[in-house]
Design a protein around this ligand. Structure first.
Ligand code: P6P
Length: 321
């Protein structure tokens, strides 16, 4: 296992050396994501100052239009993911259709991402994040994105919280890197993350309780009877990060109003499910693993439950009664 403090680039290169047939494409791809993450972090850290420089959507003192942070983040991701030449296609929460960068015409990967998830929390300084999911290019069309999550080559997120962390997996476990602003490098801080078998926290938006199906209500009541505490930040990256570290469960269920839930399969549920399962936890729509779903549309929503084995097995028991 790599030692604490190893910088991300050294870690990525070390991982590449473990695969003799590696061409270095995934290395370049991950390093492009790292560069974009650092740039986005610098903008997020200054978000509160936009008022001084001119609120998003207005013009600042230089007379330039101040862009919303999620638009800025989306542009940064597109810039770096295109320039690295490793991605044949990009799909973003911010774009209706996939784009095919000229530089990536020989790329063997495709990437789906949410450039800044939870951006509505920026105004109240709550942690937000970038989420990404890398798949292999197949036929070179937008349909290549419609692969099951279990095929993911890599997945991860950046959380802009009390510190900036990049957490990712290429299928051999999950590692977390913390940005050291004094050197501008991501350093290994959470090697080989594993969820506890059982946690003490449940995380759902209980304002929707009355709209949930009866089995789900009974499940949540059971957790309360077992003495679980409730934590709900309302920012998926933050709620999932806490679940990855402390265990328990997070969910955004379907309900009478949102029959498929709210979260998107390709660039929210699927990458997070990949990470949670790589860390020894389980994912579910309430019926089956999120990683087994065959997507039909780029931006389709899916009910999401992620967490420790105990809480997820209990959920499936209630949901399949
Ligand atoms: P609600 C943030 O807007 C987001 O997309 C996710 O990050 C978060 O988990 C969810 O929506 C919160 O939704 O309905 O509970 O406010």
């Amino acid at each position: 296992m790599a030692k604490i403090g190893t910088d991300l680039n050294s870690f990525i290169l070390e991982e590449e050396r473990k695969h003799p047939d590696a061409t270095g494409s995934l290395t370049m791809a991950l390093m492009a994501i790292e560069a974009a993450a650092k740039k986005i972090a610098s903008h997020v850290r200054r978000a509160g100052l936009a008022d001084i420089l001119g609120k998003a959507g207005t013009t600042n003192v230089q007379g330039e239009e101040v862009q919303k942070l999620d638009v800025i983040s989306n542009n940064i991701m597109i810039e770096h993911l295109s320039a690295c030449g490793e991605f044949f296609a990009l799909a973003s929460e911010e774009l209706d259709e996939a784009i095919f960068p000229e530089e990536g015409k020989n790329g063997k990967y495709i990437i789906a991402f949410d450039p800044l998830d939870g951006s509505s929390n920026i105004d109240v300084n709550v942690s937000i994040g970038t989420i990404f999911s890398i798949q292999r290019k197949i036929n070179g069309t937008q349909e290549d994105f419609l692969q099951e999550g279990k095929n993911q080559i890599a997945a991860g997120y950046v959380i802009y919280g009390s510190s900036t962390m990049l957490v990712y997996s290429t299928g051999s476990g999950v590692n977390g890197f913390t940005l050291d602003p004094s050197v501008g490098m991501f350093l290994l801080s959470h090697p080989d993350i594993k969820l506890p078998e059982k946690g003490k926290i449940y995380s759902l938006n209980e304002s929707n309780y009355k709209k949930w199906d009866e089995p789900l209500r009974k499940y949540v009541d059971h957790l309360k009877d077992e003495g679980y505490t409730a934590r709900y930040i309302g920012s998926m990256v933050a709620d999932v990060h806490r679940t990855l570290i402390k265990g328990g469960m997070f969910g955004y269920p379907a309900d009478k109003k949102n029959v498929n839930g709210k979260l998107r399969l390709l660039y929210e549920a699927s990458p997070m499910a990949f990470l949670i399962e790589q860390a020894g936890g389980k994912s579910s729509t309430g019926k089956d693993s999120i990683l087994d779903i065959k997507p039909e549309k780029l931006h389709q929503r899916v009910p999401v439950f992620l967490g420790s084995k105990y809480e997820m097995d209990l959920l499936e028991k209630y949901m399949n009664e």
